[in-house]
Structure formats: structure tokens, C-alpha cells
Write a protein that binds this ligand. Structure first.
Ligand SMILES: O=C(O)c1ccccc1NCC(=O)[C@H](O)[C@H](O)COP(=O)(O)O
Length: 398
């Protein structure tokens, strides 16, 4: 029995060239990403087979061969462009690869075609698994609701509220970091956080407890969240601006979040190359949304600081590949020249993950954050409102 064999089909085909090390594609592109060496759907034989018979067939065959040559050349160019994008992502230190666009690589073995689990077609960590799943999920969602439909729906979308302004105002009012309270039922690292999970009830409790903004997880598979939760919270009349906490890899998702009632979206630098961050930030501005750009390390911070127009940076203390949480990460990334540049640019920094006590909040505030994003420690409390006063060591709703 072959190890790692996950599926077996009895249709022999040409095997694909071995996969590249990363699979990034530009989010702007709508091109079908195809390996020219595997593009046997357009082989001369298959095109010829589709043509009506001619007297001797020769003229037609040569025209078709020409077309086929052009198609092949085009495909080689597409493939090279794809490779170039992958190299760009790798050169920016992005370790999270995109899902192999043609599916797991095929291996030609005798009369059968095997799909063999290997380093190239298996996610290397949870974040990569989430991103690969997102890829298929979004493709399905886009089929049902293409961008043209979403653009029409924008006409009836609720007005956006000022997410960054709400954080600044809370910070000014309380002298403490503005709170983004997360509506989080479960997570890959902690499992189910709260069994009796009523998103609207939790959102209202957070608002009454003094949260400046809310973060609503919309991923279903890994976090047991949903866009219905986001919509329900918005429709319940919650005034706090809402962050759609999603794994965004395609601009389509930003439009979708906007029509579902979001005021802000998350852009993860570990996943998105600089060009995507720039492009998506512009789309956010156009749609009236704030963009919370999340970084984990110095390299990601430096990349993001090099992008014009960034107003809000989140420092995640959770390593999304290993799940290790270390709040000193916030301090490390705000030390020295980086911290100074951030103040000069007037960027608001959000400390994210692993904050449980007033000491934790004081520690990241001392490091320079003006806001915090907190899930587990407050959502687990029977009364999430009390969770907030426990986190800050006092009632911040006053
Ligand atoms: O929370 C996780 O296990 C997780 C795993 C993989 C990717 C993202 C993940 N969390 C997203 C977050 O950043 C947190 O939900 C958020 O910062 C709140 O963190 P916490 O207060 O520790 O719940």
C-alpha cells in the first residue's frame, strides 16, 4: 500500500510539472491559472477533433495548429507570470502559500493517476489550511453571487461607521486602550470557547460594557462564526462599529463584508503580498471601510510601514503557524525606530491576542498601543460585560 495515497482515478493523463514552492496569485487577476504542460484540454488533437471534416483537412489542421501554438505560448506566459507572483510573495517573506490552483499535483503511475500527499499539496500549518479552504469556499460563493451583484447590493448597504474614530475616542475618554471586543465562539487553538453562544446577546453585553468596536468572526469551518452573525448584530442596532474578522484573499470578500454590515475588515500581512494590501486598502477606502492590517513580526511590520495610507496596524501576539502566544511581541515590534515612525505617521496600533488581565493591558499600553483586540478572556465569562471590567480592572462603560 502506497503511503499518503489519498485518491485514485483511472484516467491516465500527462502528469504536471512539479509544483512551485509557493502558490501566490495576484488577487487582481481573473485569469484561469493553468500549467501549460498540463493543458492537454487544448492539445492539437483535441482541437482538431472538434472541427468539421474538410476535403483533405490540411488547411484546417495547419490553422488549428497555429491557434494551438498561440494558445500554448499564451499559457506559458501565464505560467511564467504565476511563477513571478510566487517569487514576489516569497521575496517578501510570505510563508503562507496559496492552494495549488489546479488542485493537488497529479502523478502518472502506470495506467492510473494518483494523488499523493506531499509537501506541495498539503497545508503546512493551520493558517495555510484556513487559506486553502478559503480559496475553495470563495470560488463557490462567487459563483452564487458575482461581483456585479454585490456592487448592485451596495446601493442598499447600511452606512459605515467610523471604526478608527471610535477607537481614538474611547482611548481619549478612558485613558485606556480602546477595546475591540471579539464575538468568538471557537478557535483552532482553543476549541469551543462558549457553548451557549448568542452572538447578538454577547454583542450587546460588550457594547454596554464599554467596548469601542466589535470584531465578529465570520469563518464557519475553523471558528464557528458566520456572516449571519455579522448581519444579525448589525441589524440588532448595535452602535459599535464592526470588524469583519475574516481571512481575506480576494477583493470580492471586501465587497461581501461591506454589504453584510461591516465597518472594517482584516488584512493579514502573513498572507497578502504588498501589492494586494495596497490594492485592497484602496478598495476599503472606496467602500468607506477601515482596514486593520495585521502583522506578526518585524519583517511584516516593515513591509506594512512602507505602504502609504495605512491607518490601523494590529500586532498579533499569537503565532498563527504554531499558536504560541507571547504578548512581548507587541513591545518588540514597537521598540525604537519602528515605534517612532508609527507615531510620526499617526498610525493607531492594536494589540491582539492573549490579553487576560489589567497587567496585560497595561503592558501593551506601555509599549504604545492605543487599542486592544480581545476574544477569549471576555467571551468565556458568563456575563461578558463583567469580563470587560475584569480585563481592565474597572468599569470602562462610564
Ligand atoms: O485564535 C486562534 O486560535 C487563531 C488561529 C489561527 C488563526 C487566527 C486565530 N485567531 C484570530 C485572532 O487573532 C484572535 O481571535 C484575536 O486576536 C483574539 O485573540 P484572543 O483574545 O486570544 O482570543
Amino acid at each position: 500500500m502506497m503511503e499518503g495515497l489519498v485518491s485514485l482515478k483511472a484516467t491516465p493523463k500527462i502528469s504536471f510539472r512539479s509544483p512551485p514552492s509557493v502558490f501566490h496569485r495576484p488577487c487582481l487577476s481573473t485569469r484561469p491559472f493553468m500549467n501549460p504542460l498540463g493543458a492537454n484540454r487544448h492539445s492539437a488533437a483535441s482541437i482538431r477533433a472538434q472541427q468539421p471534416d474538410t476535403k483533405d483537412g490540411s488547411a484546417l489542421v495547419s490553422t488549428v495548429s497555429m491557434e494551438n501554438k498561440e494558445i500554448s505560448e499564451l499559457k506559458v506566459k501565464e505560467w511564467e507570470l504565476g511563477m513571478f507572483q510566487e517569487e514576489v510573495a516569497a521575496s517578501q517573506g510570505i510563508r503562507i502559500r496559496r492552494r495549488p490552483p489546479t488542485g493537488p499535483p497529479l502523478h502518472y503511475a502506470g495506467p492510473f493517476e494518483f494523488r499523493i500527499q506531499n509537501e506541495g499539496n498539503t497545508p503546512r500549518n493551520i493558517l495555510e489550511e484556513i487559506i486553502w479552504h478559503k480559496d475553495t469556499e470563495i470560488s463557490r460563493m462567487k459563483e452564487r453571487q458575482p461581483l456585479s451583484l454585490l456592487k448592485k447590493a451596495l446601493e442598499n448597504a447600511p452606512l459605515t461607521r467610523d471604526f478608527v474614530g471610535a477607537l481614538k475616542e474611547a482611548n481619549r475618554r478612558t485613558g485606556l486602550p480602546g477595546l475591540i471586543a471579539e464575538v468568538k465562539k471557537a478557535s483552532p487553538s482553543r476549541g469551543i470557547l462558549r457553548e451557549d453562544f448568542d452572538p447578538v446577546e454577547i454583542a450587546l453585553a460588550y457594547e454596554n460594557g464599554g467596548a469601542a468596536c466589535l470584531s465578529v468572526l465570520t469563518d464557519e469551518k475553523f471558528f464557528k462564526g458566520s456572516f449571519s452573525n455579522l448581519e444579525a448584530i448589525r441589524n440588532a442596532g448595535v452602535q459599535c462599529p464592526l470588524l469583519c474578522k475574516e481571512f481575506i484573499i480576494d477583493a470580492w470578500q471586501i465587497y461581501y463584508a461591506r454589504i453584510k454590515g461591516a465597518d472594517a475588515v482584516l488584512l493579514i500581512a502573513a498572507v497578502l503580498p504588498d501589492l494586494d494590501i495596497k490594492y485592497m486598502t484602496k478598495i476599503c477606502k472606496m467602500l468607506g471601510l477601515a482596514a486593520l492590517v495585521e502583522v506578526h513580526d518585524e519583517r511584516e511590520m516593515d513591509r506594512v510601514l512602507g505602504i502609504e495610507g495605512i491607518e490601523l496596524i494590529g500586532i498579533n501576539n499569537r503565532n498563527l503557524e504554531t499558536f504560541d502566544v507571547d504578548i512581548s511581541n507587541t513591545r518588540k515590534l514597537l521598540e525604537g525606530a519602528r515605534g517612532q515612525l508609527i507615531s510620526q505617521k499617526g498610525i493607531i496600533v492594536v494589540g491582539e491576542s492573549g490579553l487576560f488581565t489589567p497587567d496585560d493591558v497595561a503592558y501593551v499600553q506601555e509599549a504604545g498601543v492605543k487599542a486592544v483586540l480581545v476574544g477569549e478572556s471576555i467571551v468565556k465569562q458568563k456575563d461578558p460585560r463583567l469580563g470587560i471590567s475584569g480585563l481592565f480592572g474597572k468599569d470602562i462603560s462610564l
